[in-house]
Design a protein around this ligand. Structure first.
Ligand code: 5GP
Length: 183
């Protein structure tokens, strides 16, 4: 057991379960986007691990791009005021855009991103997320592809962090409470 694993209370989704789900999502996306040459947009940083694995399960031509988003501050997070730290490099006008997220919690971040990209005259806009916490939703968002629905728990691993740590765990797990308290 390595140093990071000692901080994990419970493995919620195993590496194997993730691989199987990512493969299924990739197959479905390949069918749905056949002939459409989508732009697959990864939301930095949390989605990078999922994004990289998912891409290789998609068997149709596509291009990729990234966007980085941040909330202005703790008080504005609840108001959904977010800003784009890094915008797309490509124009998405008249293109089929698929946003790839790590987790949808309140939905505020994604809602902002969807509205922002929709205003750029995309042909279609869909959302793929590895994890969804619907019980926490503050604004409605349409999730077109969802890996796993989870309870209201703070999870780490497979790209998801706590204090920038644990992103390199190959599974999704729940942290021990003392890890939160100890920092
Ligand atoms: P939302 O705007 O939907 O509330 O927030 C989504 C973002 O919050 C995610 O992209 C992620 O960065 C962060 N987040 C929400 N829930 C969790 C969680 O359980 N674990 C981690 N590591 N990040 C989370």
């Amino acid at each position: 057991m390595n140093e990071m694993n000692r901080d994990i209370l419970e493995i919620l989704i195993t590496e194997e379960q993730i691989q199987e789900k990512v493969s299924d999502l990739g197959k479905q996306i390949s069918i749905d986007y056949k002939g459409k040459e989508p732009i697959v947009v990864g939301v930095l940083v949390g989605a990078v691990v999922f994004f990289a694995d998912l891409l290789r399960e998609i068997t149709i031509p596509l291009s990729i791009d990234f966007v980085a988003i941040s909330s202005y501050g703790s008080d504005t997070k609840s108001s959904g005021v977010v800003r784009i730290l890094k915008d797309l490099d490509q124009s998405v006008e008249s293109r089929h855009v698929l946003i790839v997220e790590d987790i949808i919690d309140t939905g505020l971040t994604l809602n902002y991103l969807v509205e922002n990209l929709r205003s750029r005259s995309v042909a279609t806009l869909k959302v793929c997320t590895l994890l969804d916490k619907p019980s926490r939703r503050k604004v409605p968002v349409v999730v077109d592809y969802n890996g796993f629905t989870i309870e209201d728990q703070y999870v780490v691993g497979y790209g998801l962090d706590f204090d920038q740590q644990y992103r390199n765990l190959p599974f999704v797990g729940v942290l021990r409470p003392e890890v939160y308290g100890g920092r």
